[in-house]
Structures are given as C-alpha cells and as structure tokens.
Design a protein around this ligand. Structure first.
Ligand SMILES: Cc1cc2nc3c(=O)[nH]c(=O)nc-3n(C[C@H](O)[C@H](O)[C@H](O)COP(=O)(O)O)c2cc1C
Length: 284
C-alpha cells in the first residue's frame, strides 16, 4: 500500500482558501488520472484526524494535511506514535502568515461528511491516448467562439459525472450553461436536464467577473453543493475540475478553471441556494 498525504501551504496574502482547496483537489484528480492510466486501485480519503497528523508531522501553522490518496490494499494496524518529533522544514525560504486562511482551515476541519460505499469511476479511454492527454493538459487562455459537437459534449459530460472514489459523500450538482454545442439548445442545464432556454454567454462572462473566457467557449460549468464539510466538497470540486480538463483534452477540446465569480449573483442566475464551488469553461 502506498499513501500520499496532501499538504497545503499558503504563502500569499491574496490567495484565498477557495483556490487552495481547489488546487488540492486538482492534485488528487491528477493522482486519480495516473491511477487509472496505470490500472492501480485508488481511494481518496478526506475524513481523518488532520489535527493529529499536522502535529505529528511538525507542520506548525505553515502547512496542513488536507486529504490522502491510498493505492493498494489497506491492512488495519494499531496506530503508533513517532519515537522522535518530526522537525519542520519550510518548503520555501519565506513564510507570510495569513490569518484568514488559517482560521478558514481550522473552521472547516469538521463536521465529517456522511459515508457512502466506495465506488470507482468507469472510464472508457484508450489508456495510451489518455496518458497523452495528461501530458498535454493546459489551461485555455481564450476561446474562438466556435461550437463543439454534441458527441464531444456528451462524452465529456459522461466522464465528468462518474463517481469520485471516496467513502465521503458530498452531493455536487453540475450546472452547464450551454452556449455553442451543435444540436443542443443553448440554455442552463443541470446534468442533462434543461432548466432554462436562452443565450447566456455574455451573462456567464459577467458572472465570472467579466472574464471573456467564461462566455466565449462552448459551455460554462458551475459546480454547486450544500457542503457538509467545506474542505471536502471544495477538494472534490477540484477533482472534478481536473477530470474535466483531462476529458476535454482527450476529446480535443480546451478547458480552463475559473475561480473568480460573483457567488450570490451566480446562485440567483442558476436558481439555487447551493454554494457555488467552482466554475470551468470548455470550448475551442
Ligand atoms: C482553481 C483554479 C482557478 C482558476 N481560475 C482562473 C480564473 O478565474 N481565470 C483564468 O483566466 N484562469 C483561471 N485558472 C487557470 C490558471 O490561470 C492556470 O491554471 C494557471 O495559469 C496554470 O496554467 P496551466 O493550468 O496551463 O498549467 C484557474 C485555475 C485553477 C486550477
């Protein structure tokens, strides 16, 4: 069994807790993709005694455990304390404390998400082509307002909606604002259900703090949830984000994450009281 603990360290005052947790989720998504490519089992773990681990690892207030990825079979063993304290080694040669991030991390350690049976995603990628997608994955910097095909959209959506391999349950709704998909009416969708017809590309760009990239693509996704545990839900949104990047790349479609959006106006636009966890845009 190998087990990787994800630590996050936040070095910049202007970097929000949202970005840090989404980035952590993207890392987990990258591990999930590698596990799939090399046919290794994987379980993501979000609910464990992070405070105890932080202390045992000597992280001080500079780094914190967020999640774990387990590959292989697990053999339960009694926990043993380290014989010697672990010295803390700073990952960089400077550290700028950020009370907002520190308080945010502590405040979102609990409660524990509800439990569910472990279900692994089922993808039907050609593994060698999928490896190429992992190597080629980049964030789109602009789109040409060109449509993608319905087949591409459906394949990407189907890859996105597979379960996350974890026993922690957070119900993440996937809203898609369709702008340019050949053969699909523009409008707001939740999964495959059409909620509202309309051409909302300018509105999507506005909601994402006037970023053209959010309206020039084929589809703008918003991930939303009533999180039981914010840390877990945000990392899961990051996992889905990485998954969307890779599925899009695999099918020849570009993708970018969008962490900047107006939360409340997006909720109103989508007609939901769920928290908006993450936005992403795909297109050509
Ligand atoms: C969580 C997250 C949020 C992001 N938010 C934005 C955004 O609001 N606007 C934008 O243009 N790009 C955004 N990006 C894309 C980043 O700018 C991009 O990932 C970064 O420049 C690294 O490039 P790469 O993904 O090609 O390695 C975001 C990426 C992530 C992972």
């Amino acid at each position: 069994m190998s087990c990787v603990y994800f630590r996050s360290s936040w070095k910049y005052e202007d970097r929000s807790l949202r970005y840090a947790l989404l980035d952590g989720g993207h890392h987990l998504g990258a591990i999930a993709a590698a596990a799939y490519a090399f046919e290794h089992p994987l379980e993501l773990v979000f609910d464990f005694d992070k405070a105890q681990l932080n202390q045992a690892m000597g992280f001080a207030n500079q780094e914190w455990a967020l999640s774990a990825a387990i590959s292989g079979c697990t053999i339960p063993r009694p926990r043993r304390e380290f014989r010697l304290p672990m010295p803390f080694v700073c990952g960089t040669d400077y550290f700028i404390p950020n009370p907002f991030i520190e308080q945010g991390y502590q405040a979102t350690l609990a409660p524990v998400s509800s439990r569910q049976p472990l279900r692994s995603p089922t993808w039907h990628y050609d593994r060698s082509k999928f490896l190429d997608a992992i190597y080629q994955r980049r964030s789109a910097r602009c789109f040409r307002k060109v449509a993608i095909s319905l087949a591409e959209y459906q394949a990407i959506l189907s890859a996105l909606t597979q379960p996350i391999a974890t026993c922690s349950q957070e119900a993440i709704a996937i809203y898609a604002v369709v702008h340019r998909v050949t053969g699909l009416a523009p409008g707001i969708y939740r999964g495959e259900e059409r909620l509202q017809d309309g051409e909302f590309s300018a509105k999507a760009a506005y909601l994402c703090v006037n970023q053209r990239i959010a309206g020039d693509g084929a589809v703008t996704f918003f991930l939303a949830a009533h999180p039981q545990n914010y840390q877990t839900a945000m990392q899961m949104a990051g996992v889905l984000g990485q998954r969307l990047y890779l599925a899009s790349t695999y099918y020849g479609v570009a993708c970018t994450g969008i962490g900047a959006y107006y939360d409340e106006e997006t909720q109103t636009f989508l007609g939901t009281e769920k928290d908006i966890l993450y936005a992403l845009a795909i297109g050509q």
